[in-house]
Structure formats: structure tokens, C-alpha cells
Design a binder for this molecule. Structure first.
Ligand code: UDP
Ligand code: MG
Length: 330
């Protein structure tokens, strides 16, 4: 229903807004160099949103694109004034773009999705249906990973298996950044102060009733993925370190295990010497011991360093992003 924004001169008939001032659905789209797909995406989105019969806004976050993305988005506003555009001062990353979208969303529910049409807009009605059934957070869970390369598929599986085991956050299989988040959960996520915005984790962590709807991931229509191998690895550790301290604590156990092994080996050496006398050669075992322990120590130091770097980012408490332009916001 459109919002009532006043009454006529006699104070009787309500004046309705051309569209609701407080939208019911906020669609949040992060864009980084996606100009080639802007038009196609939005024109697939409009009919779907139109059929929902709910008022909506579309919040496009231009995450420091260096191509025509921003101009294309502004151009698209002629077709639908409910398009709102924020332009970041530089590339702050997808998680930050989603965070900004959630800050700005006014709807009773926010829907976050990729802007490269890998997340088909046609799934939105199913998300909304499930939300109406009482689920506060509804994930569109990918039923397949065929669109990813082999290595990425294996690594993703491994990451989620590890994450679920050690992170103590119930993240559904295949859940990603295509999801519907109800107002209560949006407010909860917005209240989380951390700078490391691993959105999938934060969404799962806030709780509320969470459900899933399966969907088939489409192939990217234009351009290419922004996730290099090393960026993915860093992202994975961002996620793990934000939701688990096990990588930090595990070294206590490793240290204990190595110490026990060393004691056992020392006992063996003492007995061996008592029974068979001194046998000098020990070069190989010495080298193995030194290298193994050296490696273990550097590894554990590295892990501590990773956590420290993240603590450093948090204590600096810099703003998450800077906006250089806003179009369509009151
Ligand atoms: N994206 C972004 N900022 C970035 C990188 C990506 O906003 O720094 C957006 C990108 O435009 C797309 C979504 O995040 O809409 C997913 O990116 P991509 O398709 O590269 O990731 P993949 O689908 O390969 O996981
Ligand atoms: Mg993609």
C-alpha cells in the first residue's frame, strides 16, 4: 500500500504518495565495474519487484568503480525514481558496500544480491514468501557450484566445513550474500561495531529465525570475478578470525603435543644409550626437529600476527567508508 502523506483540503480523502516513502522492501546491490550489466540487471529486477505488490527501493552502492557504472546507474533513474545511488570515494570492498546498503535501507526487509546477475532476481518472490511465513532471515542457498572453477569449489567446500566446525555459527550449506534480512535483523547487524564485515558470518551470528530457499547460480553475464586466489584466502581468514579464536588457541595444544613427543623421544634415547651405548649419528633427526619446530613457531607467530593486524584495524576505529555522491536520497 502506498503511504498516506496528507489529506485533501476538506481533510477527508487521504493523499497517497506516488510510492511509499517508507518502502517495504529494500534491494541492496553492490557494483564494482559492472557498467555492462547495469541495464540488464535492473530491467530484470523491475518486473519481479512490480509483481510482489510491495513498495520498494533499490539501493545501488557503486564501490569505487573505474568504469561507467555510476553514470549508467544515474541514467537508469529515468526508468524508476525508486533507484537510489551511493558512490564510494574509492573501492572499499563488497562487504563494506553491503554494510553501507544496510545502513541506508529503510524497508521492512532488505534483500542483498550480487549485481552480475549470478543471483537471479526471479528468486526474490520465494524469499519474500518465506519471510511472510515468519522467517526473519532467508538465505538463497546455491544448489550447485558449477559456475565456479574446480579449485575454488574445493576451497569453498573446505572453508565452509572448517568454518562450521570451529566457528560455532550455524551457517547453512550454500548460503551466501543473496538473502533477505528482516528489519529486526538489519537493525541487529547495523548495531555490530566491528570493521571486519564478514557479512555471511554476521548475518548468521545475529540469530533470529533463519530459513533457506534453494536456487541455481547463473554464470556471470559480463566482466569477470573480482576474487583472485589470494583475495579469497584473505577473505577466508577474515571470516575465520572474526568468528573463532581456535586458530590462536590451537598452538597451546600443538606445543603440548610436541613437548610430550620430545619427552618420549628423550626417554627412548636414554634407554637406547643405556642398552646399546652411544651412537653418534643424529644429523637427520636434529635437522628434522629444528626445521619442524622452526616452521611451527613461525606459523603460530604468523597466526598471532593475523589476529593482531585485525585488532589494529579495529582499534584505529576508522569510518568504514566514505561516500562521494548520493543520488535519490531525501
Ligand atoms: N563487488 C563489489 N566490490 C568489490 C568486488 C565486487 O561491490 O570490491 C561486487 C560485484 O560488483 C558483484 C558482487 O560484488 O556484484 C560479487 O562480485 P563477483 O561477481 O566478482 O564475485 P563472485 O561472484 O565471483 O563471488
Ligand atoms: Mg559474481
Amino acid at each position: 500500500m502506498p503511504a498516506v502523506i496528507g489529506h485533501d483540503a476538506k481533510g477527508k480523502a487521504p493523499l497517497l504518495a506516488p510510492f511509499s516513502l517508507m518502502p517495504e522492501i529494500s534491494v541492496i546491490l553492490p557494483f564494482h565495474n559492472e557498467s555492462a550489466g547495469v541495464h540488464r540487471l535492473l530491467h530484470r529486477l523491475y518486473p519481479v519487484l512490480g509483481q510482489l505488490g510491495l513498495s520498494y527501493e533499490i539501493i545501488c552502492v557503486d564501490d569505487g568503480s573505474t568504469d561507467n557504472t555510476f553514470a549508467s546507474l544515474v541514467h537508469e533513474r529515468q526508468f524508476d525514481q525508486r533507484l537510489k545511488i551511493v558512490r564510494f570515494a574509492r573501492n572499499f570492498g563488497k562487504e563494506t558496500a553491503l554494510t553501507c546498503g544496510l545502513h541506508l535501507a529503510k524497508g521492512d526487509a532488505a534483500i542483498t544480491m550480487d549485481s552480475d546477475l549470478q543471483h537471479p532476481p526471479e528468486v526474490i518472490p520465494e524469499l519474500v514468501k518465506k519471510w511472510r511465513e515468519g522467517f526473519e532471515i532467508v538465505y538463497a542457498a546455491r544448489a550447485n557450484r558449477e559456475t565456479d572453477g574446480r579449485l575454488r569449489r574445493i576451497l569453498s567446500r573446505a572453508f565452509y566445513a572448517v568454518f562450521r566446525t570451529i566457528a560455532d555459527v550455524p551457517m547453512p550449506e550454500g548460503a551466501g550474500d543473496f538473502c533477505l534480512i528482516g528489519r529486526k535483523a538489519v537493525d541487529a547487524i547495523n548495531a555490530l561495531p566491528e570493521r571486519n564485515r564478514f557479512m555471511k558470518g554476521l548475518t548468521a551470528w545475529v540469530g533470529f529465525k533463519q530459513g533457506t530457499v534453494p536456487f541455481e547460480v547463473a554464470s556471470r553475464e559480463n566482466g569477470h570475478t573480482h576474487w583472485s586466489f589470494f583475495r579469497l584466502i584473505r577473505f577466508a581468514f577474515d571470516g575465520l578470525s572474526a568468528f573463532s579464536t581456535l586458530p590462536l588457541r590451537i598452538w597451546t595444544w600443538c606445543g603440548a603435543a610436541v613437548s610430550f613427543a620430545a619427552i618420549a623421544y628423550a626417554l627412548y634415547l636414554i634407554l637406547d644409550t643405556l642398552i646399546y651405548g652411544v651412537s653418534v649419528p643424529g644429523y637427520a633427526s636434529l635437522m628434522v626437529g629444528i626445521l619442524f619446530l622452526g616452521g611451527l613457531q613461525l606459523l603460530s607467530l604468523g597466526v598471532i600476527g593475523e589476529y593482531m593486524a585485525r585488532i589494529f584495524t579495529e582499534v584505529k576505529a576508522r569510518p568504514l567508508y566514505f561516500v562521494s555522491e548520493r543520488v535519490g536520497f531525501e
